[in-house]
Design a protein around this ligand. Structure first.
Ligand code: AOF
Ligand code: ZN
Length: 359
């Protein structure tokens, strides 16, 4: 199962709207076939592993990180494929909550006389498949919020100088994280001030030409300059905007091939983030990586929508004139402060990366 989980992880960011599943077929400890959900979500992991194993799958054990599917999608059900191949035993890390599956895959296997073992490495599988589980059970993607700050939590000097606070190791780590997400998201202020490309770079040929995450901007009034780096080619751009955005901006951005996603606004006139995230879930996204700025970061945390926080910090100090990582949160009482659970720390050259979780 560890092998299957490692295979599955290679699909993160590349398989939405589907989960990244891994499958290893083995007999007496000898691997006969392995597969992961292919880029774009199909084929599923099991038929790829079965194809490798061929006739040797008869009597073997299949280890899968998610319950094999039971529904006829674009491909026949994986549970049926395992039955047809004659595997003797299927080890499943986690049930698939997709209502089309939801225990149905395991039932089919058992009805065919196959021994099914459930719950092996379930916690690891749940962490790996958190994005897909979020889309199915909460109707929205898992959101990872990334911050890269000085030791005193600043993201730029008062004049806006921000390149670079963290070192090359931390920045390379960010590119690897971008690649493990379906989309990279920023607020309109960051899109204007940093003029980011929001692409995965420096990871070799696979990402130069292969799957790149989508790029998402939140901009209530669609104030994204037409000459910004985001508009000069690259992966698709989606903009979440208020329904009251000026129609001239709408027309100009549509003409550039941008996908416009109108969202509800809240009492303060800002985009209602729960509505915006539900729209992304509806469109199939499972894992969204938010890179700021401070206004969006604070709003996501306040709304309880940041499931994971990756905080990169450098040993530099800027002081109170610097720009804080988080905008205002309108907190009246300490008891209302969002609280996160510490989930680990890594050293990246001279910098630190703290992992925090909402659960
Ligand atoms: C598996 N193995 O590798 C994956 C599964 O639209 P479809 O037909 O591709 O089905 C998508 C659903 O299949 C998805 O919502 C999830 O329940 C399951 N994904 N199942 O047996 C796999 N990726
Ligand atoms: Zn399947």
């Amino acid at each position: 199962m560890d092998h299957a989980l490692a295979l599955a992880a290679r699909g993160l960011g590349r398989v939405w709207p589907n989960p990244a599943v891994g499958c290893v077929i083995e007999r007496d400890g000898v691997v006969l076939g392995r597969g992961r959900t292919a880029d774009g979500g199909r084929p599923h992991a099991e038929p790829l592993a079965l194809a490798q194993a061929g006739a040797a799958a008869r009597g073997a054990t299949a280890h899968v990180t998610l319950e094999p599917c039971a529904h006829h999608g674009r491909t026949p059900p994986c549970a049926d494929a395992l039955v047809a191949a004659g595997v003797a035993r299927v080890v499943v890390a986690l049930r698939d909550p997709d209502p089309r599956v939801d225990g149905g895959g395991i039932d089919r296997l058992r009805q065919a006389g196959i021994e099914v073992v459930e719950g092996v490495r379930a916690a690891e599988a749940r962490a790996l498949q958190a994005g897909f589980l979020s889309r199915i059970t909460r109707g929205r993607p898992m959101v990872t919020l990334k911050l890269a700050t000085t030791l005193d939590g600043r993201i730029a000097t008062a004049r806006g100088e921000s390149q670079w606070i963290t070192g090359p190791d931390a920045r390379a780590h960010v590119h690897a994280e971008r690649a493990r997400h379906d989309a990279i998201m920023v607020g309109a202020g960051t899109a204007r001030s940093d003029d980011p490309r929001l692409t995965v770079r420096g990871l070799g040929a696979a990402h130069a030409a292969g799957t790149q995450p989508l790029r998402i901007v939140l901009s209530r009034r669609l104030d994204v300059p037409l000459d910004s780096a985001l508009m000069r080619g690259g992966p698709p751009v989606w903009i979440l905007h208020g329904r009251d955005a000026p129609s001239a901006n709408r027309d100009a951005l549509s003409a550039r091939g941008v996908t416009l996603l109108p969202c509800a606004t809240d009492a303060g006139g800002q985009i209602a983030l729960d509505d915006a995230m539900a729209e992304l879930g509806h469109r199939g996204l499972t894992r969204v990586y938010c890179e700021g700025g401070g206004t969006l970061a604070a709003a996501l945390l306040s709304a309880g929508l940041a499931d994971r926080l990756d905080w990169y910090s450098a040993g530099a100090l800027i002081g109170a004139e610097g720009i804080p990582a988080l905008g205002g949160m309108g907190l009246a009482r300490l008891a209302d402060a969002p609280r996160l659970r510490f989930a680990g720390v890594e050293r990246l050259g001279p910098d630190l990366l703290h992992h925090w979780r909402r659960d």
